[in-house]
Every structure is written in structure tokens, then in C-alpha cells.
Write a protein that binds this ligand. Structure first.
Ligand code: ADP
Length: 484
């Protein structure tokens, strides 16, 4: 089998161009690691409004190919422009599908026509490879938005000489979002109905279709890849996933070590490495000042940075924050950075209003503040209900903040209980509080033991190199499957 693979990498989010969560981080980092391994990887994403604006004001350096790509959909042929650039800091080509009616909008998602938007994107991304006369060895598609590409490639695409025999790897970043659409979208995409359970429900489910049709499937941690096979973790698709369980793998996400490095991070008040933990004190002070908290040294400074979402364990956090702020485990300080659902914003603002001396809440998305919180806090809370991989705990460990996490998904695979952090099993406030108390107790009673945990976390390897090796293996298995 040849060494260097041509990988067509398609995603609705690619950092730094467009990012809502872990998907964007993965799509912005993994291709670079694959390129460094010698693969010819090309990334395709939609040209959202911020990207079109970035070109107009000179923020991004692009080549523009106006109206050159032919995309056959819904019985007609669309002509769309394509923008071309490089993933920042790399030689990886990235192409943007510039269909203004569909993508030149302020948000990435959240529109009634999302299934049609991403069906268009999926087809255009495949057609682009043909237009470039660049036949990929494999399609690597991510989350439901690229499900139409997997579906088309495995069915109608097999009758097209440009696409015949190309396998796909489908990566599930979050099973909760599935991309449901009306039946007509099949005609639009040019795919024939296929016997899937979903057909009884009179709707198309692109997550389900991608799981059904992909040559190989993976999720972003080994534990999550097992959890989704059970009714409690399968979001209604566990039956289908069990049907394909032999082909479902788990590969942990890596962390972008260029972006997240406490030894070079200019967003910190002081840089530091694992041998210079004392310098974290400067960040702690800066954080306390920024958060308007008393400049105390010997109380644990506990932090949380999160989307305020059902997934993230905010409902069990209410009781725990209450106990922490009422000093049931001794004095503590708490800083929370988060944005999202109004009910959680209200809850946090209300608790904070009772404890202004100890607690500070930033209800906003503030990437410039996050590093200081990671680098200045003692403990980082992640009580997720479910967590496909999670980046927060990886960044916290890298920055010497000890994670206290629920034992679910990627949190199980990355935080070692008592070695790099603290875990609790049951999704309830008591279990969470017990784990946090354990952490606080160690913080107070055993400074050396505490530093050992910090240093073990800082030295753990979550580089993309490690993950990229795993993906390379899956590409090869998918190719062998098609050949075999
Ligand atoms: P998810 O992708 O489910 O939101 P992850 O833990 O995988 O969770 O990734 C979260 C990322 O988003 C981390 O880099 C975290 O620092 C960042 N983040 C989350 N909320 C905020 C916020 N309000 N402000 C700044 N960064 C945030």
C-alpha cells in the first residue's frame, strides 16, 4: 500500500476560520499533523460571512476562483465560486465553497434550511476534488453536516468513475446533533432511498446515514466509542451503531500545542513550565484582580470554562457551587467563564450575586481570558453528563490546573484519578461534591502531592501526533476494506 495518502477532509467548522466547539479544533489541527506525516491532505469548508468579510478587509490571504465549480443538485447545475488558501502555519490547502445564498450568513448553523445547506456543501466538496483532477484515496467526513457526502459517495457516487471505489471515514464529534430533514432532500442530492430504519419515520437523518454508509467510523475517544453503543449513550442511534460496532473506533483528540503552551502563551500574565510552578502565582494574582476577588494565597481557586449547555453538568453544579461558596470544605474562590442557555446564565448570576467576595462569573465567550483562568486557577471543574472527548480538561492539565471531572467519555481516557486529576462516577451532586472535597483536602494538606498531580498533568502527552497515527491506521483499514 502506498505510503502517502490523498485525503479529502471536509468539515463545517475549521479553526481559526469558523469554530463552535471541538469539531473546529480538530479540523484545524489534525490536517497539519497528517501533512507532517507526509500525506497530501486538502480541507474543504463553506465560506461563511466572516470569511468573505475577512477577504474583503484583507485579513486573510486568498486565491479566488469565481463561478468555476459545477455542482449538480436538484435537477440543475449550480455554478459556485471557490476560495483557496492555506491552513495558517502550514502548507495544507484549504478550499471554501462560496455559495453566497447558503453560506454568506452570520451564523454557522441554526437555519431552517441547514440540511439543504450542508447537502449542497457535501456535494460541492466532492465535485471540487474532481474539478481539481485530484482523486482522493479516502474521504474523511465529520459530523452530520458531511453525512450527505458519505451517503452519496457510497451509493450514487459509485456509478461515477471519478468516485468509484473511494472509501470514507466518518468521525462523530457529537452524536446529539443528527441533521434531520424532509424526504425530498434525497431527490435534491440525487440519492435513492436505502433501507434504513429511519425511513419508517418519513425523514432523513444524515448522522444515521453516514453511520450506515461509511467504510469506517470513529468517535473522538475510546470510552465515548463504547458509550454510544448503549441506549443511554446512543442518542437513538445505538441500534445502528451496534450493527456497525466492528467498525466503530475511538481516537482521542489532541491539543494544539502551538496554541496551548504555557511556556510561550503571551495571553498569560507570566509564562511558566512544569519546573516553574511558582510562576503560576503571578497568573493567579492577575486572575484575582481581573475577577475582582481578594488577593488570597492559601484558598483553592476553582474554575470552570464551558458552554452553558445540558451536556456540561450545570444542573449538578448548582448544589456543589452552593456548598463550595458556603465554606463547607473551607474557604474557596470560584471563577466561571461560560455562555449559552439563559436558564444557566440566570442561575450562575444569581448564586454569584450572593457571594461577590468569593465568586466571579463572566457570561460571555472570551477566548482572551480563558488562558489566564487555566494558568491561574488551582482546580478545573468538568462535571459533564456526557463528553465525546473534551478539550477543557486537556488545556487545564497542560496549564497546571487540576481537573475534577465526571468519569464519562474522553474524560475517563484523559484524566487519571489521583494521578493527574480527580474523577467521580455517578452523575449526581453528591458524587461531584465528594470528589471536589477530596481535591481541596489534598490541596490543603499535601503541597508536594498536589504539585506532583499538577506536574503529571503538565507532562502528559496529548499531542496531535499521537492522534494522527491513529487516524492513519483507520485510513489504511478503510482502504484495505475497499480493496479486499
Ligand atoms: P465543547 O467542544 O463541547 O464545547 P470542549 O471541552 O471540547 O467542549 O472544548 C471547549 C473549548 O471551548 C475549550 O477550548 C474552552 O476553553 C473553550 N470555551 C468554552 N467556553 C468558552 C467561553 N465562554 N469563553 C472562551 N472559551 C470558551
Amino acid at each position: 500500500m502506498k505510503e502517502s495518502l490523498r485525503i479529502l477532509f471536509i468539515s463545517a467548522e475549521v479553526a481559526p476560520f469558523a469554530k463552535k466547539g471541538g469539531l473546529g479544533d480538530v479540523a484545524g489541527s489534525l490536517p497539519k499533523a497528517l501533512k507532517e506525516m507526509g500525506h497530501d491532505v486538502r480541507v474543504v469548508m463553506p465560506a461563511y460571512q466572516n470569511i468573505e468579510e475577512g477577504i474583503a478587509n484583507g485579513r486573510y490571504d486568498f486565491k479566488i476562483h469565481p463561478g468555476q465549480l459545477q455542482v449538480p443538485l436538484g435537477g440543475r447545475t449550480f455554478l459556485v465560486g471557490v476560495l483557496e488558501s492555506l491552513l495558517p502555519g502550514s502548507e495544507v490547502p484549504i478550499y471554501f465553497i462560496a455559495e453566497k445564498n447558503l453560506f454568506n450568513r452570520p451564523e454557522i448553523y441554526g437555519y431552517a434550511d441547514d440540511p439543504y445547506r450542508f447537502a449542497f456543501f457535501s456535494r460541492a466538496a466532492l465535485d471540487l476534488s474532481a474539478a481539481l483532477a485530484w482523486r482522493p484515496d479516502i474521504l474523511h467526513a465529520h459530523d452530520w453536516h458531511t453525512g450527505p457526502a458519505v451517503n452519496w459517495l457510497a451509493t450514487s457516487g459509485q456509478t461515477d468513475p471519478n468516485f468509484h471505489g473511494i472509501p470514507s471515514l466518518f468521525t462523530i464529534h457529537n452524536l446529539a446533533h443528527q441533521g434531520r430533514s424532509d424526504w425530498n432532500i434525497q431527490n435534491y442530492l440525487g440519492i435513492s432511498p436505502y433501507s434504513l430504519d429511519e425511513e419508517g419515520y418519513g425523514e432523513v437523518n444524515f448522522m444515521a446515514r453516514a453511520i450506515f454508509h461509511a467504510t469506517m467510523i470513529n468517535t473522538v475517544s475510546p470510552t465515548y466509542s463504547r458509550e454510544i453503543l448503549s441506549p443511554s449513550g446512543g442518542a437513538g442511534l445505538d441500534g445502528l451503531l451496534r450493527h456497525r460496532s466492528y467498525d466503530v473506533h475511538g481516537i482521542l483528540n489532541g491539543l494544539d500545542y502551538q496554541e496551548w503552551n504555557p511556556a510561550t502563551d503571551a495571553r498569560l500574565a507570566s509564562t511558566f513550565d512544569s519546573e516553574e510552578l511558582a510562576k503560576r502565582q503571578i497568573n493567579r494574582r492577575a486572575l484575582q484582580e481581573r475577577a475582582n476577588l481578594p488577593l488570597l494565597d492559601d484558598v483553592p481557586l476553582v474554575a470552570m470554562i464551558t458552554r452553558l449547555d445540558f451536556q456540561k453538568g450545570l444542573d449538578i453544579s448548582g448544589h456543589v457551587i452552593h456548598s463550595l461558596m458556603n465554606a463547607y470544605a473551607g474557604e474557596a474562590q470560584l471563577v466561571i467563564l461560560g455562555s449559552g442557555e439563559a436558564e444557566y446564565e440566570r442561575m450562575l448570576a444569581q448564586i454569584a450575586s450572593y457571594h461577590t467576595e468569593k465568586m466571579s462569573v463572566f457570561l460571555d465567550y472570551m477566548p482572551e481570558l480563558a488562558p489566564l483562568i487555566y494558568g491561574g486557577s488551582d482546580m478545573f471543574l468538568m462535571p459533564s453528563r456526557f463528553e465525546p472527548c473534551g478539550l477543557g480538561q486537556l488545556i487545564a492539565m497542560r496549564y497546571g490546573s487540576v481537573p475534577v471531572v465526571r468519569a464519562t467519555g474522553g474524560l475517563v481516557d484523559t484524566v487519571e484519578d489521583g494521578i493527574t486529576g480527580f474523577q467521580f462516577q455517578e452523575y449526581d451532586a453528591n458524587a461531584f461534591w465528594h470528589a471536589l472535597q477530596k481535591a481541596i483536602n489534598l490541596f490543603h494538606t499535601d503541597k508536594e502531592g498536589w504539585q506532583r498531580i499538577q506536574q503529571a498533568g503538565m507532562k502528559a502527552d496529548f499531542s496531535w501526533q499521537r492522534s494522527a497515527n491513529g487516524y492513519q491506521q483507520l485510513y489504511r483499514w478503510a482502504l484495505a476494506r475497499i480493496a479486499g
